[in-house]
Design a protein around this ligand. Sequence first.
Ligand code: ADP
Ligand code: MG
Length: 714
Amino acid sequence: MAETERYTEIREETATRIDEIFGQNVFNDNVMRQRLPKKTYRELRRVIDEGKSLDPVTADVVAHAIKEWAIEKGATHFTHWFQPLTGITAEKHDAFISHEDEEGRVMTEFSGRELVKGEADASSFPSGGTRSTFEARGYTTWDCSSPAFIKESGCGKILCIPTAFNSYTGEALDKKTPLLRSMDALSEQALRIVRLFGNNEAKRVTTSVGPEQEYFLIDENLYKQRQDLMFAGRTLFGAPAPRGQEMEDHYYGVIRERVGEFMKDLNTELWKLGVTAKTQHNEVAPAQHELAPIYETANIAVDHNQLVMETMKRVAVHHGMRCLLHEKPYAGVNGSGKHNNWSISTDNGINLLDPGETPNENIQFLLVLSCIIKAVDVHADLLRQSAADVGNDHRLGANEAPPAIMSVFLGEQLQDVVEQLITTGEATSVKQGGVLRTGASMLPDVEMDATDRNRTSPFAFTGNKFEFRAVGSADSIAAANTVLNAIVAEAFSEAADELEKAGDFQMAVHDLIKKNLTEHQRIIFNGDGYSDAWVREAERRGLPNIPSMIEAAPALTTDKAVELFEKFGIFTRTELSSREEVVYETYAKSLHVEAVTMCEMASKQILPACIKYATELAVSVRELDQAGMDVSTEKGLLEEVCSDIDELKSALDKLMVDVSKAGRTSNEKEKAFFYKDTIVPDMAALRTPADALEIVVDRSLWPFPTYGELMFEV
Ligand code: ADP
Ligand code: MG
């Protein structure tokens, strides 16, 4: 219990005012201003705000200041913190020490060079074939627009420098590099648009992102009794619990004490890191919860979301729990996702997605909206791909929120404006929200939004932002935002090309809005995205419906995608091919782990337990029979159990044979498809008799905790 005690101490120490702890472990603007010479501060701000490159002299001064600050705060090491294609973060710690001086005192050292550039073995991270072990060099480079921070953990205090990760030959090997490139592209093209409307002050346009993070908590003792949770992060077996989410009492329900204590610590840890953890609540499924931060610039939001996921896992352990970020830990109850709220603003404070009171008259907004609609229609396959990860295959396209078909929800008010524009080229009226009459004299009447919500749409307009709901809970949000930025940059660029040369701007912009909306209206859908009718309707409209991660992967390397990404310098063809390859590799490896784990559990745990149960049952049947009792029921049960055992054993044999066949496939893509088309059905075939047996076999013999225990004993 020493661990818990230690943690309680830390907790009491840090239970201070929110405004005092917020950002205390961050080398933020405030600290920079205090610690850097004026000239260096100004220079660094220019680098951060205007994307200028950093000179070595400034880098040295900054490095020294960061080091002094970190050491004063008790940091012993530093690390370049980066995001390889594993989807999680990577770090290698180096202590702030160098050789001793003449008097035997150890020197602390951290140079500008070490701040700006590091080296990491590129061949040990996924590279999709672009790196071999003999060409292993890779570099991490400082992203000074995302603030450095001190991470506190069992390792002590580590100064983390957010970095990008590239190969010796310059290819991006991470999630940050393309994101930063896409932010530049979007900024450049969006500036052309706002200039057309007379905004000459804006110097940069950025995308803001607020990702809502869903997760499950589980008791650590129960977790450790399940190999599937430990190895695969989700349950691979499990009969439904007597109670699931049908009572609808968990969503927004009172937060249980133990979970509340976890949330309290989680918030404190995140606030110290400057993460704006804002909203917390219980989600729909039992033991499922959500945390939402306040939105931030895209690259910082991506970094912070990684910190959120990492901190959730770490803090859960201190509370005797584990945090499950998998998209579908339990069959039959809601899975977890990440709603990626996304908007575009100028650095002089204009949100390009804010329609204002009268969107019909807001021509700049309508142009931006029409460009986004066009972008999503043209690149629906890419957007779908950007939300693909192994766990998300259990959500997208698998009868769960949201569907795998990309579409745009506008809501009543904008839909009406769009329809007017398409039919007459002019939108003369706008629906207003009105007032909600509560009907009780003590309750105030409230003003209503002009538009209701639609929770079934993957890409919904929600007032002054779009909410991309397809991203998986365990996934990085970098890819989704890279694609959003890229496709919208392209639509902006095409619009600007046309409008910049127009003789009559007003006329041209009206025509273009009408054209974009007319040509791409098929992507707009305001109805029920979960219904079968929508699947048929979407097919009729010619919209792609891509059910799995590996079927989505080729979207990365279509001519259309290569042209888009190369045009804006976001990915080269080589980088795209390597990313496609990584998808196949990741999929095959993850499914392999799941399949082998199932084999282990079935052969070493489930089968022995069931045979034991059957044997005990057989003995009872014989004894009861000898005692002259009617044993038809017991015999029937025994036959049922034996027949399920037969089915289980043959399914297990088939899975084992097929797993070895998978090892003999000739390339990663073929292997991935073999897993999807052969192993996944094998796994389902093995699960069915196992779950049936779980329902009848004596609980005291069943080898691991049940769904009811996993979800309700938190
Ligand atoms: P919802 O209407 O979806 O409940 P909330 O206001 O609770 O919206 O916000 C959900 C998430 O969206 C939060 O992370 C929030 O910071 C973020 N968000 C709000 N406004 C914007 C915006 N303009 N751009 C990007 N994200 C935003
Ligand atoms: Mg939301």
